[in-house]
Design a binder for this molecule. Structure first.
Ligand code: 16G
Length: 240
């Protein structure tokens, strides 16, 4: 499994080997990895090499460490297809996970220049600013900040956004959410984001900006979210 004559670095060979064990399900989420010493003895490599392989896998989200307890296999990432326009609630339910929200902030504010531009409303017009931690089976997945014109979407309450915004817009207001464009970029978690998402400061995250439109092209929301990169990956289907 580990070939010392190969030009491929030993830590990398071990890293790939552990990844395969995870992908094949030999190592399952929550399983403890054997101590570094055991790997070192088994493959006749240094503990430093084993540690480096572990560290790379921790950074890539395959493993996590618990102080004084050891190294464990992380949960699999959620694979999110990007072709359908779905809500967080729908996404989680489709996977058999229980969606949840923790409301951080809910208020009506005057639209900033940027928000007004995105929502195509006059500057200082009333907008809901709603910040929620989105959870799957009680684990924080993303931090989401929505801006919604209060003149368009009437009657929003904390209770409603504790459940599903899209269900309210479509089910209660009878508006048709039709299309969205989404921008995805990588970043690292700030101190506050890290705290809310239960990850380390500086851990990798994905910033997602979504502009969503009704059937007639009216912007219905402008959303900025921070997704945990250790729990999410996005899949795009392409056809030539
Ligand atoms: C998703 C959308 C967000 C939308 C929310 C509605 C992304 C990046 N964002 O999280 O724009 O506001 O779903 O979810 O996918 P809800 O109906 O469960 O409140």
């Amino acid at each position: 499994m580990i070939n010392k004559n190969s030009p491929i670095p030993l830590y990398y060979q071990l890293e790939e080997h552990i990844k395969e064990l995870i992908e094949e399900g030999v190592l399952k989420p929550g399983d403890a990895l054997p101590p570094e010493r055991e790997y070192a003895e088994k493959y006749q490599i240094s503990r430093m090499t084993v540690r480096q392989a572990f560290t790379e896998l921790v950074n890539a989200g395959f493993l996590y460490r618990l102080q004084g307890k050891g190294t464990f296999v992380a949960e699999r990432k959620i694979e999110q297809p990007l072709q359908g326009l779905t809500s967080f609630t729908e996404d989680m339910k489709a996977r058999g996970l229980t969606p949840g929200s923790q409301l951080i902030n809910f208020e009506i504010i005057p639209a900033s220049n940027q928000v007004a531009g995105q929502l195509k409303i006059p500057e200082y017009g009333p907008v809901y600013e709603i910040t929620r931690i989105r959870m799957a089976d009680d684990v924080p997945m993303a931090l989401e900040k929505n801006y919604i014109s209060a003149n368009l979407i009437k009657g929003l309450t904390e209770e409603i956004v504790n459940h599903s915004l899209y269900a309210y817009v479509e089910g209660k207001l009878n508006l048709t959410i039709d299309s969205a464009s989404q921008l995805i970029e990588s970043a690292i978690a700030s101190q506050n984001e890290a705290k809310l998402l239960h990850i380390a400061k500086g851990a990798p995250v994905m910033l997602i900006q979504r502009n969503t439109y009704l059937h007639d092209g009216t912007p219905v929301e402008f959303v900025k979210s921070v997704y945990r990169a250790d729990r999410y990956k996005f899949m795009i289907h392409m056809k030539r």
